[in-house]
Design a binder for this molecule. Structure first.
Ligand SMILES: [Mg+2]
Length: 422
């Protein structure tokens, strides 16, 4: 049997766990686009990387304290404007129509009494990590699926007819220990358990005993992983419910792998198992912003993002050999390039490669709206495949990068910048 544990309105619940006065009233957590790293002022940027198991992107945060006024309110020429969007709303706020991704200003019109709290990702990561550890101490096989979702396999460990009681006691323990409410779905198949959690919310437990009967009337969009594209594709064949999916086996099989996978997941015949995700295989970050025409500013931002990747790479002691850069421009224009270089990693090497790739692929005169950087293909620094030709010089720069890392660990990531970031 599989269980799927999902924290109820996680970020809002996390805030309540540290400030109980927020309980029982409409609250929401809000965020602004995370462009803080590009600021020219120094703000002691730090890395939150406790969840290093590759399922969530690491967060960079400033240790400045945020208040509603300082974080959400912009003042231009004496006029105040509330910026940012709702990240998570409590159930009390949802009953007023407040939803995830809604502008905060609009949400406050719907629910003027709502308390909006600036997001505090280090807190959420810490809690997520602690709950993950707690689950691993109570269930033999656990997979962290996202920052607030976990799969567990209790087959052969808890008798089938006792899984419900087990889930109930797990739910109570998590509430008691962390003051965090969770909902739990139970089923014989992994993705059906995840689906069941939606029926359990908030603070409930839902066990699916008869998969066919359960899926029959559920709309296709309820199923995890059926996005807009797939919904349209299914819609063309008048497939509206998960029961319809089950009745169209031949059609779904004709769609090859994605179709076959969906058919089996929906019918609970996928035989998928828990994946305890291991080591990180790549490190990347991306940032979206209002269009920038000035190539120097785009490059400056690219170099800042590169510094953040360097910090993560050195922290985990990896030696990436494949480097990837993607630039999205306005009107859907994209440029991308990747390069594999078997050399010892250093900040200098990485930034040189990036800057060459940038010169090669960038479009002059077009407004850039997004940058994505990624490094992968990790090898050991001692392998013989690394270039001997550049070895001495590379080693020197690598050693320098290690020294700089120590400074950044102590004083924040933005204590040392290179000239191309200024
Ligand atoms: Mg959740």
């Amino acid at each position: 049997m599989f269980i799927h544990v999902d924290i109820d309105s996680f970020f809002a619940s996390a805030e309540r766990s540290v400030d109980p006065s927020l309980k029982g009233i409409p609250i929401a957590v809000g965020s602004r686009s995370n462009l803080e790293i590009f600021s020219k002022k120094r703000s002691n940027i730090r890395l939150m990387n406790e969840n290093s198991g590759a399922f969530v992107t690491p967060v960079f945060y400033s240790d400045k304290k945020r208040t509603f006024e300082s974080y959400f309110v912009d003042e231009t020429e004496g006029r105040k404007k509330i910026r940012g969007i709702i990240t998570t709303a409590s159930y009390e706020a949802r009953s007023f129509g407040v939803k995830t991704a809604m502008p905060i200003a609009q949400a406050l019109q719907l629910c003027p009494k709502m308390t909006v709290i600036p997001s505090n990702y280090p807190l959420y990561h810490k809690l997520s990590h602690q709950i993950h550890s707690f689950m691993m101490a109570h269930i033999p096989l656990v997979e962290q699926y996202s920052i607030d979702e976990f799969f567990g396999d209790v087959s052969g460990w808890i008798a089938e007819d006792e899984v419900y009681d087990f889930a109930k006691s797990l739910q109570e323990k998590i509430l008691e220990k962390f003051d965090i409410p969770v909902s739990i779905g139970i089923a014989k198949a992994k993705w059906i358990a995840k689906l069941a959690t939606e029926s359990a919310k908030p603070y409930g437990i839902f066990e699916v005993k008869d998969i066919d009967a359960y899926i029959e009337m559920l709309p296709i969009k309820a199923f995890p992983g059926i996005g807009k594209g797939f919904q349209e594709r299914l819609g063309k064949y008048y497939i509206a419910t998960l029961g319809d999916v089950k009745r169209h086996k031949t059609l779904l099989y004709s769609w090859k792998k994605p179709g076959i996978q969906l058919y089996h997941r929906v019918t609970g015949t996928d035989n998928e198992v828990i994946e305890s995700r291991g080591e990180r295989k790549s490190i990347g970050i991306s940032r979206t912003f209002d269009a920038i025409d000035d190539a120097n500013e785009v490059k400056r931002r690219m170099m800042i993002m590169a510094r953040h990747i360097v910090y993560m790479v050195i922290e985990i002691g990896a030696n990436p050999t494949t480097y990837y850069l993607k630039i999205n421009y306005e009107y859907g224009v994209k440029a991308k390039k990747s390069e594999t270089v078997n050399r010892i990693f250093s900040e200098k090497l990485f930034k040189n490669i990036l800057s060459n790739m940038y010169e090669e692929i960038s479009h002059a005169g077009k407004g850039a709206v997004k940058l994505s950087l990624n490094v992968s293909n990790f090898t050991s620094q001692h392998t013989k495949t690394l270039s001997l030709l550049d070895h001495d010089e590379d080693l020197l720069h690598h050693t320098l990068s290690l020294e700089i890392q120590k400074m950044r660990e102590r004083f924040g990531l933005d204590i040392i910048k290179t000239a191309d970031e200024l």
